[in-house]
Design a protein around this ligand. Structure first.
Ligand code: SF4
Length: 360
């Protein structure tokens, strides 16, 4: 819900009637209008009392924060969602897919899964990839976990997720890959040991069983100065997934409940032992608001199905999918080449373009 200029004006100096023009605008209301549209910095008004400034900052804050994971060309931007339903506007940030490797698997399996982070699937002119690799320690062998983290670092430039039951193992891995800005999983059980040892800028996935525990964990992380959060309510069934993700989105957007104002995660890998069940749950998570979705493995065809679903849901329904209307040349076509005429509707164009490319 956009903030109204009239609501902002009431908080400005002298109830928005000071009109001193020192911010460069003719009236306080003009300043309020610009502020509502993120067109001017709050600091331009130097007469704001600290409590009024804090109130305005809270009012203007996005209901669901933006969180960026990964680096360089593998960056994933999450959050900033504004609506419950896609037809109201559009869903902004498509979820990131993560594939999990564990320290109970062999090095050969690590290598095979890490190689999948290099897959690229192009559809309608957009490239999809598996975005992140989740590195999970099940055992107590910290050295093996570190070896796995290092293998992932050298094998892919995709973003990393770290999780381990043992806090010391997790901290050692965090130190080893800090330069890659990993997402560190923190739970109510290990928050006391981890929160003081993580950089304030660290990306943290708050994982708790149930919404109340999650809200309490988020508060603890914020108290520790950690604000770059992804939140996971620990849903283990399809029903819980839909309920939890819906309540979180509703809490953030409709009730401005700050503890839920972050992108969410869904660990399908913990919800079902069977890969096919995980993929069905992952598909539901794509449709129902999840920001990061972790599965045990993917085959190329199943990844393409999930990526297609993701692209369809996260395409802006207000903008018809089209390509620029112009002449496109394939296979070094010259002036005597055959000309195919088609519409610029993207699905049609890319179907025809694929055939033209393969017609050598
Ligand atoms: S500087 Fe502040 S008080 Fe002065 S006109 Fe601008 S908003 Fe109003």
């Amino acid at each position: 819900m956009p903030v109204k200029a009239s609501d902002i004006q009431k908080i400005l100096p002298e109830g928005g009637k000071k009109n001193c023009k020192e911010c460069g605008l003719a009236t306080c209301f003009a300043f309020a209008m610009k502020l509502a549209n993120a067109g001017i910095a709050l600091e331009k008004c130097t007469y704001l009392a600290p409590e009024s400034k804090a109130e305005l900052e809270d009012m203007l804050m996005a209901p669901i924060r933006q969180v960026v994971l990964g680096q360089g060309s593998r960056q994933v931007v999450l959050g900033e969602e504004e609506v419950m339903y896609r037809h109201q506007k559009t869903f902004m940030r498509q979820p990131a897919f993560a594939i999990q490797i564990t320290d109970e698997e062999t090095e050969a399996v690590w290598e095979e899964k890490i190689a999948k982070l290099g897959w690229q699937f192009e559809r309608l002119g957009k490239v999809s990839r598996i975005d992140l690799v989740a590195l999970h320690s099940r055992g107590s062998n910290g050295d093996k976990y570190l070896q796995m983290v290092r293998q992932a670092m050298s094998g892919t430039d995709a973003g990393l997720i770290l999780s381990a039951a043992d806090a010391a193992t997790l901290l050692a891995a965090y130190e080893a890959c800090k330069s890659r800005d990993p997402l560190v999983c923190v739970t109510p059980e290990n928050v006391a040991a981890l929160a003081p040892r993580l950089d304030k800028q660290a990306a943290v996935c708050a994982r708790a069983a149930g919404l109340e525990s999650l809200a309490a964990l988020v508060d603890k992380l914020k108290e520790a100065g950690l604000e770059r959060l992804i939140i996971d309510p620990g849903s283990l069934t399809l029903r819980d997934l839909v309920r939890d993700q819906t309540l979180i989105r509703r809490g953030a957007l409709q009730h401005k409940f700050r503890a839920f104002g972050y992108p969410t995660a869904f660990f399908a890998v913990d919800a079902a032992p069977d890969l096919s069940q995980q993929l069905l749950l992952a598909a539901a998570a794509v449709a129902k608001y999840a920001g990061v979705i972790v599965v045990e493995d993917l085959t190329l065809d199943l990844f393409q199905i999930l990526a297609t679903q993701r692209q369809d849901i996260y395409t802006d329904p207000r903008v018809p999918p089209t390509v620029e209307s112009k002449v496109y040349a394939f296979n070094e076509a010259g002036r005597s080449a055959a000309v195919l005429v088609t519409t610029n509707f993207a699905l049609t164009y890319y179907a025809v373009a694929g055939e033209a490319e393969n017609s050598k």
